[in-house]
Design a protein around this ligand. Structure first.
Ligand SMILES: [Mg+2]
Length: 181
């Protein structure tokens, strides 16, 4: 049975451990390692039938390189990348692009979650856009203390391995008729 929940996800410090990134002379990422448990979580969600859209800031070639290297590229139904869109998160154009690429409209916003590590980009962007925000606070790279209500995540997880369970819980809420996650 088709899943109702749609997953938008960031990459850096959400799936990829940014501290392991190796760059070439043009600033393109040529190697990176996964956050422990992130590959397993992504595969599990994909295999369970969830539609997963990458919504990430950076250069297209960097994402191509790392997702060829780790073999997880097939998990993304679509890729929305700031270099292509021409603007970074929290711009609503990034989230709008992901919706359009997946044939979704405003009526679907109630069943979309955005998973990310950055409260200013991922969380605030998702909240302002009207979709559900999930903060992964595994990385301490950025300040995780909200400065305004927009930066407060709807849900917080500490490790990628917690995501499949949260997703399943939210999917069940949708299946039981909840209009809001
Ligand atoms: Mg990130």
């Amino acid at each position: 049975m088709e899943k109702q929940l749609i997953i938008f996800t960031d990459s850096g410090d959400t799936i990829i451990d940014e501290s392991t990134q190796v760059y070439d002379e043009r600033g393109i990422v040529i190697h990176a390692e996964l956050i422990p448990g992130a590959g397993e979580a992504l595969k599990a969600l994909h295999d369970a039938g969830y539609r997963i859209a990458l919504v990430a800031d950076g250069e297209e070639q960097s994402f191509t390189n790392v997702y060829i290297e780790n073999g997880l590229g097939y998990c993304f139904h679509t890729r929305t990348i700031s270099e292509i869109v021409g603007i970074q998160k929290p711009s609503e154009r990034m989230f709008q692009d992901a919706m359009e690429k997946n044939g979704l409209t405003d009526a679907d916003k109630g069943r979309i979650i955005m998973v990310g590590n950055n409260i200013r980009k991922d969380v605030a962007g998702a909240n302002r856009f009207g979709i559900t925000s999930v903060l992964l606070d595994w990385s301490r790279r950025y300040n995780l203390v909200p400065r305004c209500a927009d930066e407060e995540a709807d849900y917080i997880i500490h490790e990628p391995s917690e995501l499949p369970e949260l997703v399943e819980r939210l999917e069940n809420q949708l299946k039981n008729g909840s209009q809001e996650l």
